[in-house]
Structures are given as C-alpha cells and as structure tokens.
Write a protein that binds this ligand. Structure first.
Ligand code: G1P
Length: 290
C-alpha cells in the first residue's frame, strides 16, 4: 500500500502541479523505487492511495499506447523496453483519499481492498538503498513472529521530533542480526512527533510497516492526533497493547527524498551507482572546486 495523496508542501513550487511522488531521482520517479522494492520483496498486489492532482501516477504505471507506437516505428527498442517494463511491472489498484486527513486516514481508505490479510505500507518518500529489499527483510521478522513490524532507524537529537518514535517493551528479548539482517525487539508504545525531551527512545519509525489487519479497528477508533491528523502511529500504539508489535533496525541506507537536502543527496548517490552515468558524474564532481 502506497499512501500518495499528500500535498507535498515541502517541495513547492515543484509540486504545485505535479505529485511529489513523480519527481525524478536520476531518471525514475520516486514512487517507482518503492514499487520496485515491494515487487523485489515478493509482493505482487499494489494499492496506491491517491488524491486530487495525482493522475500522472496512474498514467505512469499504465500502458502508453501512443508513446510505444512511436518508439516502435522509430526502432528505439531500448527505450521501448524501458517504457514497457514500467507498465508490465505491476497489478495495481487505486483508491482515492478524498481529504488529506493524515496517514492513518489514508490507510483506512484502502481497508476494503486489503480485506482480512496482513499487508505492507510503504511511504515512497523514504527511498532505501539496501542489499536486500527492506520489505523482504521485514517479512523475515513477520514470518518468525507473526506480529506487525515497523522499520526504525537511530535519529540523533532534535530531528527525532519529525518522526514516530518507539518505546522498547520492558524485558523484551532482542532478536540479534544472526537471526535477521538487523536487530528486532518487541515495543510497548509509539509516540508521533514527540519533543526531544519526551521521546521514548532515539529510534524513529521510517516509512515501512508490515501490519496485521487488526490495525483497521484501531484506525477507526483513533481520534485526530499530532498536526490534527489521523495518525497511523496512534493506531499502532493501541494495537501494541493488544498484540505484539516489533521494531526492526533494517540494513540499508535511507534517503528522505521529501526533504530538499535528502532529495539532492539521494540524487547524487544513486547517480554515482549507475553503470551508464556513474563514472562521468564522479569525474564531474571531482572537478568542482568545493
Ligand atoms: C510519517 C509518520 C511518522 C514516520 C515518518 C517516516 O510522518 O507519521 O511516524 O516517522 O512518516 O517518514 P510524515 O513524514 O508523513 O510527517
């Protein structure tokens, strides 16, 4: 499930007339990185939660008949393959979130499409470069525990106030990295965007969740929280009182591409890794007098 109905105010004016999920990192829209991660993790049903002004996301994952015909006629087979790969990629359904009332509200909008099954939520802003796709890493934890799993990362200092933050359950056993790719442990609470002095730990939730369908009941009950929004974190907090919820410190490098600096860093790092661009780009960067 990809909540993508947000207004993208952090990236104005670029996001005035186009979804933030469609901003390109090198040459692929941000959301495609997340979709590829889900597919590489073995998930093949994708739900994208959209809102007004998000039609280009649907067009991107759809067949582009005119473009394909033009590329075919001109014999541009490489580009044709690139374009077809995107539309062949997924079985995708769309749900419309009519009002931007928060992440919890977005997830609830997709309830009937999910049904009574565990599911993953990926926030496309968080692009994670990892040796094993992060959702796949989390599925290993889910398969061993049968519990909801949330990805966390150490965030030092004041920046913690931009995240959901977990509290480790008292006496919780830690599954060490021999068992999974990173440590995992049971949590007893989560707090959305706490002040530094109120934060229950320095472990922040990043945009990857595996949730049991019990979450929907909690989402229906939870009132508006931080920022006046219906928060997924608040629903997980009451879920954690009812059934086990695990935090998992994944292996990988996360880029917050919803932030301008994070976006630039991701662009540079991903471009440097590219076979077709990396060497020339590295040479260019070396030549800059910084
Ligand atoms: C959302 C969640 C927050 C989480 C963050 C990760 O916040 O509400 O708990 O830590 O994503 O990126 P947002 O960034 O939408 O404010």
């Amino acid at each position: 499930m990809f909540p993508a109905a947000g207004l993208g105010t952090r990236f104005l004016p670029a996001t005035k007339a186009q979804p933030k999920e469609m901003l390109p990192l090198v040459d692929k829209p941000i959301i495609q990185y997340g979709v590829e991660e889900a597919l590489d993790s073995g998930i093949d049903n994708i739900i994208i939660i959209t809102g007004r002004g998000k039609n280009s996301i649907e067009d991107h994952f759809d067949v582009s008949f005119e473009l394909e015909r033009m590329l075919e006629e001109k014999g541009k087979t490489d580009l044709l393959a690139v374009v077809r790969e995107v539309s062949d990629m997924i079985h995708v359904s769309y749900v419309r979130q009519k009002e931007a009332l928060g992440l919890g509200h977005a997830v609830l909008a997709a309830e009937t499409m999910v049904g009574d099954e565990p599911f993953a939520v990926l926030l496309a802003d968080d692009v994670i470069d990892a040796p094993v796709p992060v959702v796949r890493q989390m599925l290993d934890v889910y398969e061993a525990t049968g519990a909801s799993v949330v990805a966390v990362e150490k965030i030092p200092g004041d920046a913690i106030s931009s995240y959901g933050v977990v509290r480790r359950a008292e006496g919780a056993q830690t599954f060490e990295p021999q068992q999974f790719l990173g440590p995992a442990f049971r949590i007893s609470d989560l707090v959305e965007k706490p002040r530094l002095e109120d934060a229950p730990s320095d472990l922040a939730v990043v945009g990857r969740y595996l949730l049991t369908p019990a979450i929907f009941k909690h989402l229906r009950r939870v009132g508006r929280g931080a920022g006046g929004e219906i928060q997924l974190t608040d629903a997980m907090r009451t879920l954690a009182r009812e059934e086990p919820v695990y935090a998992f410190q994944f292996q990988g490098r996360r880029h917050d591409t919803g932030d301008k600096l994070g976006f630039l860093q991701a662009t540079v790092e991903l471009a440097l890794q590219r076979e077709d661009l990396g060497a020339a780009f590295r040479q260019y960067l070396h030549g800059l007098r910084l």
